[in-house]
Every structure is written in structure tokens, then in C-alpha cells.
Write a protein that binds this ligand. Structure first.
Ligand code: ATP
Ligand code: MG
Length: 398
């Protein structure tokens, strides 16, 4: 076999999933295929316990994208060699040629138990060849480079790099949720933590339209587009909340205004979730971060929902959230100024100890169910990133 470059994707946690394993592997392979759909000449092979990607060129791009796909725990650029000790040793020598004056060791994994040599014999033979040809010193305890030799069904994979992936579970294996996405730092991070546990996300953003400009919607759009690198395509539902916010204020919400708005958002998100067959709602709340996020207020907000309201950042400090936002690349958009719907009609004092009873009194003065239906009927549905792709294709065709 001619040596050729490839990329191995490992998926640790999936191994724990027993009977569902096949389903998880199918979904992961599908998600990886989608993430690489526009990289030229990519080929995906499935092997027991791993995926193998090869491409005519752009292997760096393949590595970069594979590291963003949830469910992939390790990404290993590797070389495919024939199934003999000689070919594996030659591949190891090629890989280590650039590593002058560094120590190394060889680690062997034999997934094909019928291979005629033991792991130890193979490791020794590969190591001896590297010493003979390159003169690199062996260090079994603290090597600069570990050469991994993996004996598989049809080939031997040799690699010197092990890069961390996102970990987690493949999107689409954990049900579906509606994420309440604002322009701020918290909710995009909450979305990431949720999608990384395998949940397919639909996004909803409430604007203050017609009383505020489009800036917060642009930010929400940019967030959904940015999260595509982990999630793949997703829909963003834009809901103009301004008039309903005014109605709450006119009904005398006063210091309950913010919590009343949040209950209205939750009701809309829930109605949307029912239409989309989603199983939960997700918010970026972190306990005690602002007045609307005290325990009594979160309880009052949840009282408006029947679906579970997930809050993956509940126990996170703002500094931790911002660090994670930087790591996943959402921080810059979050930092942009915007005109959020919550800045409309903010009362001078926000009640920190509300009860559901106070809110149902207030809401009784409005016709809530028709308000919610009306809001959703006016929602605009976008596919950030995918829309642009479609538009570009359309432009080429016409
Ligand atoms: P974030 O950084 O996510 O904006 P925040 O610190 O500004 O959060 P709040 O404004 O109290 O906190 O919002 C709490 C959560 O409520 C948000 O994380 C988000 O899930 C949801 N939310 C708030 N405003 C909106 C909005 N305009 N559209 C959709 N969801 C919203
Ligand atoms: Mg906010």
C-alpha cells in the first residue's frame, strides 16, 4: 500500500452508550460529512471505534473542522501504511524526520488481534528502525514525541499528533431544544454547552421592534452563524416583542416588567417548541447575576413554562462565561453594542422576590394566548449562513 495522509477521529464517550452506539456512530459520521461537505475530495471511512478521513489536499482544514464537531474527542493527523512492521516503521521514520534532536517512544494499539506480532514486538521493531535511520534517543518516561502505531483491520495508522476535539455527543442524538438567544455573552455559551451534549438547537431572539432598531437581531444572526461550526445549520426565529412589552407596561407591570417580559418570552418559546417538536427550552441565566435571575424570579419565570427550562450556566461566574465565549469564538459579537428589547421599558427598580401570583394577576389583564400566537405569526425565520450560501448559489445560477 502506498503511504497516504489521513485524519483519525476518536470518540471516547460514545463507547459508553451500549445499545445506542450504532445510532450515535451513524449520526457522528453524518455530522462530520456535513461539516466537510465543501472541502474538496474528502473521503470518510468507518472503522471499528473510529472514523478515518482522507482528502486530496487541505488536510489542515479537515483537522480544523473535525475538531469542532461535537462527539469527536480526539483528532489525530496520521499516515496510512500497509499492514507490515516494515511499512509501519517506514511511516514512523518519515513522520519523525522533522523532529531532529528530540526524544521519542512508540505506543502500539492492536485493534486487529490477528496481527502476527505482539504490541511489544511491533513497538520494538518500529523504534529500532527510527534509532537506526534517524539516531533519535528513546525516552519511555517523558518523550518529546509519542509515535502511535495502530494496527487496524485493513491498514496500520501511524501518527505523532493527538489534538483534542470538542468532546461531548453528536448533535442530533440528544433531542431538540429551543434556545432563547439574546445578543449578550451568556446565551450563546449556553447554546454551545447544550449542543455539545447532542441537542439539536432552534434559536429564538426577541427584538423590541417596532420601537428599537435591528442591532440586536444582527447580533443574534451573527451568533447563530458563528455556532454553525459546531452545530451545522440552524434556524433563527426573530420575534418582535415591542408592542407586547408596551401592553405589559400599560397594564401596570411596574417593577414586575422585566419578569413579566421574561415570562412572555418563555411562553412564546414554548409555543414555538411545540410547533417544532422540541423537548426543552434553554436560557443563559446564571444564578444571581442580575436582579431578574434570583431564585424566586427564576421560579416565577419557570411557572410560565410546562417544558423544562434548562440553564446550563446556572453555576457559572461571568468571568468563566466570558472565557468560554472567547474560546468558542462568540465573545467579539457579544461585545458589540446593541439596543436590546430589555433596555426598552426598564423600570427604575426590578423586583427580586416575585411570586407567580403577582404575575398571573398582571397577565390576567391581557389576552395572553392570542398575544403569543400573534407574536409567533409575525416571527421571521432565517437560516444564518445557510441563507447566504443559498443566495450565493442563486446568484451563480441566474
Ligand atoms: P445574555 O448575556 O445571554 O444576554 P443577560 O446577562 O443579559 O444574558 P438577561 O438579559 O436577564 O441576562 O437574560 C437572561 C436570559 O434570557 C438570556 O441568557 C437569554 O437566554 C434570555 N433572553 C434575554 N433577552 C432575550 C432576547 N431579547 N431574546 C431571546 N432571549 C433573551
Ligand atoms: Mg441580555
Amino acid at each position: 500500500m502506498r503511504e497516504s495522509g489521513c485524519v483519525l477521529l476518536k470518540y471516547g464517550e460514545l463507547a459508553l452508550k451500549g445499545r445506542n452506539r450504532r445510532h450515535f456512530e451513524d449520526r457522528l459520521a453524518e455530522n462530520v460529512r456535513r461539516a466537510l461537505a465543501d472541502v474538496a475530495g474528502v473521503r470518510l471511512r468507518r472503522r471499528a471505534g473510529l472514523l478515518v478521513l482522507s482528502a486530496r489536499a487541505e488536510l489542515d482544514e479537515v483537522v480544523r473542522r473535525a475538531r469542532d464537531v461535537p462527539g469527536v474527542s480526539v483528532v489525530q493527523p496520521a499516515v496510512r501504511a500497509g499492514k507490515t512492521a516494515d511499512e509501519a516503521a517506514a511511516a514512523a521514520v518519515d513522520l519523525l524526520r522533522a523532529e531532529s534532536e528530540r526524544t521519542f517512544r512508540v505506543r502500539v494499539r492492536r485493534r486487529d488481534k490477528r496481527f502476527p506480532m505482539t504490541s511489544e514486538e511491533l513497538a520494538k521493531q518500529v523504534g529500532a528502525r527510527v534509532v537506526a535511520e534517524l539516531g533519535l534517543p528513546v525516552d519511555l518516561e517523558h518523550p518529546d514525541v509519542t509515535v502511535t502505531v495502530e494496527v487496524d483491520e485493513f491498514e496500520i495508522f501511524v501518527s505523532t499528533q493527538r489534538l483534542p476535539g470538542q468532546g461531548g455527543l453528536p448533535v442530533g442524538t440528544g433531542g431538540r431544544a429551543v434556545v432563547l438567544l439574546s445578543g449578550g455573552f451568556d446565551s450563546p455559551v449556553a447554546a454551545y454547552r447544550t449542543l455539545r451534549r447532542g441537542v439539536h438547537c432552534e434559536f429564538v431572539h426577541f427584538t423590541g421592534a417596532p420601537f428599537t432598531g435591528p442591532s440586536s437581531a444582527y447580533k443574534a444572526y451573527a451568533h447563530v452563524r458563528g455556532l454553525r461550526r459546531f452545530h451545522g445549520d440552524a434556524r433563527l426565529h426573530l420575534v418582535p416583542l415591542g408592542k407586547a412589552q408596551r401592553a405589559l407596561a400599560s397594564a401596570g407591570a411596574g417593577e414586575l416588567q422585566i419578569v413579566a417580559q421574561r415570562r412572555l418570552m418563555i411562553r412564546c418559546a414554548e409555543a414555538l417548541a411545540r410547533r417544532l417538536h422540541a423537548d426543552a427550552l434553554v436560557t443563559g441565566d446564571s444564578l444571581g447575576q442580575v436582579a431578574s435571575q434570583t431564585l424566586p424570579n427564576l421560579a416565577t419565570i419557570d411557572d410560565a413554562a410546562t417544558l423544562p427550562v434548562l440553564r446550563p450556566l446556572l453555576g457559572w461566574d461571568k468571568t468563566e462565561i466570558i472565557a468560554e465565549a472567547r474560546r468558542i469564538g462568540t465573545a467579539d459579537v457579544s461585545a458589540l453594542p446593541d439596543e436590546d428589547c430589555c433596555s426598552l421599558l426598564t423600570p427604575p427598580f426590578v423586583a427580586t422576590r416575585t411570586t407567580p401570583g403577582q404575575l398571573t394577576d398582571l397577565e390576567g389583564r391581557l389576552d395572553l394566548s392570542s398575544t403569543v400566537d400573534g407574536l409567533l405569526d409575525h416571527a421571521q425565520i432565517l437560516r444564518p449562513g445557510a441563507d447566504e450560501h443559498q443566495a450565493a448559489l442563486g446568484a451563480v445560477e441566474s
